[in-house]
Design a protein around this ligand. Structure first.
Ligand SMILES: Cc1ncc(COP(=O)(O)O)c(C=O)c1O
Length: 425
């Protein structure tokens, strides 16, 4: 099946009891055992089935199968937010004394997790000097447990050299974990380029309506955990936290995500609510269509802004003269993502005037909604930083970040036009 069809059908073929065509919301905590013997078989992992929603729920199972298929993975685990997905994917294989090597620019909370939170638990986040795989390789040592990147960075819009990073990671016997939130599997499938684990904030383009938090961890099934029995002992030796199971024996290719579910999720509980699983399924069904419109609207917005006299610069990966273009073209073709930044002539005052005058665009810090969204990083997300720190993070006083929505392009351009007029005075 093609991605458009997978997004609508995989994981659910109608409910055998009720014949419900839409995926039912299984709003239940627990599932009944037929007998003591059946309960024991479920706990022993001798048979498959539902036990307790913290570990798995049939509504969420459909979403997991669908996203795993969309990404070309073997299995997936849904969780309560994108941050929970990233956290679990890392702590599933990294422990005190280990480190994670990352590209330098990341979504803010992921950066904080790696720079400030995991280090307090003895897991160091190491940030490469640039996106180049050679700079990443310099930081890898025997205690590294993963290389981490965003396929398309938020907010910088930089596109990672996934193939190059996968080569470097695999040379040193560690997996590449890729956050594919901004691109979605409609525009880019990191597993095709060597990624071992893909994580998502389902909250953004996947859900697509700005209503529902969720996260996903997709296992490619390709990383050879068995070849590194010491480094990845948690997947190769009996797991004390789960009935002594040896994940690579019991779950084969899906060992990584099985441990995320049965150790991380079972014992710390960042579970996706079944209602949220249902809502995210509604978003996934129309994602391919929405992404098409996001991408084409973003290109028209970028072109409009570039020719506008009040605009100083536009950072859009789809322009051939952009430094982001070579990687964007290699991994996304002509479908550059719908996040872009631009600078209003006249510095901070002009930037905020334009921002305040927006009528259709919603002023907020989210992205990936059907609605067009705008953010002024210097007065919100990055306001606590000094001007020097802001510059290092790629944030300038006059800069606005747009997540271009799927409204009619004429209305989007009208709104930007009238807001830019206000920036003049
Ligand atoms: C690239 C990226 N990854 C992860 C997250 C975290 O997602 P959530 O808000 O669902 O925890 C975000 C949120 O903005 C993001 O932009």
């Amino acid at each position: 099946m093609k991605r458009e069809t997978i997004a609508i059908h995989v994981g659910y073929d109608g409910d055998p009891t009720t014949k419900a065509v839409a995926v039912p919301i299984y709003q239940t905590i627990a599932f009944e055992f037929d007998s003591a013997e059946h309960g024991a078989a479920l706990f022993n992992l001798d048979v498959q089935g539902n036990i307790y929603t913290r570990i798995g729920n049939p509504t969420n199972t459909v979403l997991e199968k669908r996203v795993a298929a969309l990404e070309g993975g073997v299995e997936a685990l849904s969780v309560s937010s994108g941050m929970a997905a990233i956290h679990y994917a890392l702590v599933n294989i990294a422990e005190m004394g280990n480190n994670i090597v990352s590209l330098p620019q990341l979504y803010g909370a992921t950066y904080t997790l790696l720079a400030h939170i995991l280090p307090k638990q003895g897991i160091a986040g190491r940030f490469a000097a640039s996106d180049h795989p050679d700079d990443v390789e310099k930081l890898i040592d025997e205690n590294t447990r993963a290389v981490y990147c965003e396929s398309v960075g938020n907010p910088a819009g930089n596109v990672a050299d996934i193939e190059g990073l996968a080569k470097v990671a695999h040379k040193h016997g560690v997996p590449l974990i890729v956050d594919n939130t901004v691109a979605t599997p409609i525009l880019l499938r990191p597993i095709e380029y060597g990624a071992d684990v893909v994580v998502h904030s389902m909250t953004k383009f996947m859900g697509g309506h700005g209503t529902t938090l969720g996260g996903m961890i997709v296992d490619s099934g390709k990383f050879p955990w068995r070849e590194y029995p010491e480094k990845f002992y948690m997947l190769n030796r009996p797991e004390i936290a789960y009935h002594g199971v040896v994940y690579v024996d019991q779950y084969g290719d899906a060992a990584f995500v099985a441990r995320c579910r049965t150790v991380c999720q079972r014992n710390t509980g960042s579970t996706l609510a079944p209602l949220n699983g249902f809502l995210l399924l509604q978003g996934v069904e129309t994602m391919a269509l929405r992404m098409e419109r996001h991408v084409s609207n973003a290109r028209k917005v970028a072109e409009y802004l570039r020719s506008h006299p009040m605009v100083a610069w536009v950072n859009y990966a789809g322009f051939p003269d952009s430094p982001l273009y070579p990687m964007a073209y290699r991994y996304l073709g002509s479908n550059a993502c719908s996040l872009l930044t631009f600078g209003v002539k006249g510095g901070f005052a002009a930037g905020t005037k334009c921002f305040d005058a927006l009528r259709l665009f919603k002023r907020m810090v989210n992205m990936g909604d059907a609605k067009s969204l705008a953010c002024h990083p210097a007065s919100t997300t990055h306001r606590q930083l000094t001007p020097e720190e802001q510059a290092k993070a790629g944030v300038t006083p006059e800069m606005l970040r747009l997540s271009v929505g799927i409204e009619h392009i004429d209305d989007i351009l009208d709104d930007l036009g009238q807001a830019l007029e206000h920036a003049k005075v």
